[in-house]
Unconditional design. Structure first.
Length: 289
């Protein structure tokens, strides 16, 4: 277990001209050792406006993979936008900095055909057994799945999906931006078959619906150029739409349980993910008032 008593909280300095965003206090945690990952984990915590002035309040929490990108994905700006439009309640955001994405992100139960994702099970254990207790102990969180979401981008999105899927008692929502659902158990040149070798799709097919767990997916039409089956649809969109088909086949319905956002000319890039972040925040937390 991570030592919950030895973390150091450091306020991150903000430029004085960032008046609205400065209402969201940023705290850096650098000195947490994870027994599961056998390394120190850095994270950034964004606290809602007037957190210190409202000691009686507790807040829902969003955990984000690739937390080193919170600034470039403009999470702070998205929060301010949502607060000003009064579409989500104040929340706490925990951005988990990545270190070895190709090994720590993936599907915990099965590495891919190149043995990538070999530490995904350890990363999942870190999030569930170490990180969530750490945040709950040191911040005023609303505990429980109904008040907790997880999100990620690309491989981090695949990881967020996998963690939520395997631990539905901890999360009510997962947000997947340009998720790497191509993650496969066989190389394209070695008899690959969409129907059986995409790992996340197979995982869903061999499982059951997670009641109360909902999903938000996003892809951009310019995420990539690859089209392995030559059907005129890029692979990232194909793979995501097929994930949704698998979810629907076990009882999920589109709308409140599963939402898909396709961005015209959207790229596999932080700028596109920043553009749609407010949409995800509203989906994940808009019902929490």
């Amino acid at each position: 277990m991570m030592d919950l008593m030895t973390i150091t909280l450091k306020n991150t300095k903000k430029k004085p001209e960032d008046k609205k965003e400065a209402l969201i206090k940023s705290i850096t945690i650098e000195d947490c050792y994870s027994a599961a990952l056998k390394r120190r984990v850095k994270m950034e915590v964004l606290l809602p406006p007037w957190y210190d002035e409202t000691p009686e309040h507790q807040f829902p929490v969003l955990y984000i993979n690739d937390g080193q990108s919170l600034k470039s994905i403009k999470v702070r700006e998205a929060l301010v936008d949502c607060y000003e439009r009064n579409i989500i309640p104040p929340i706490i955001v925990v951005g988990i900095h990545a270190q070895n994405r190709m090994q720590e992100y993936g599907i915990a139960s099965t590495p891919d055909f190149r043995n990538r994702g070999g530490k995904a099970n350890k990363y999942s254990r870190f999030v569930i057994s170490e990180l969530i207790p750490l945040i709950n102990k040191n911040f005023r969180t609303k505990e429980g799945a109904d008040n907790t979401a997880i999100a990620g981008f690309s491989l981090g999105g695949l990881s967020a999906f996998d963690i939520a899927w395997n631990y539905p008692s901890y999360f009510a929502c997962a947000g997947i931006f340009s998720g790497s659902f191509w993650w496969r158990s066989k190389d394209y040149k070695e008899g690959y078959d969409d129907a059986i070798h995409r790992i996340a799709h197979t995982m869903i097919r061999n499982s059951r619906k997670r009641d109360q767990l909902k999903f938000w997916f996003q892809c951009g039409t310019d995420d990539e150029a690859a089209d392995r089956n030559n059907n005129g649809i890029i692979d990232s969109i194909d793979d995501t739409l097929d994930i949704i088909k698998e979810l629907k086949s076990i009882g999920y319905s589109e709308g409140k349980e599963v939402t898909y956002v396709e961005v015209a000319k959207g790229r596999h890039h932080e700028d596109t993910w920043a553009d749609v972040m407010p949409l995800f925040l509203e989906f994940a937390f808009g019902s929490k008032f």
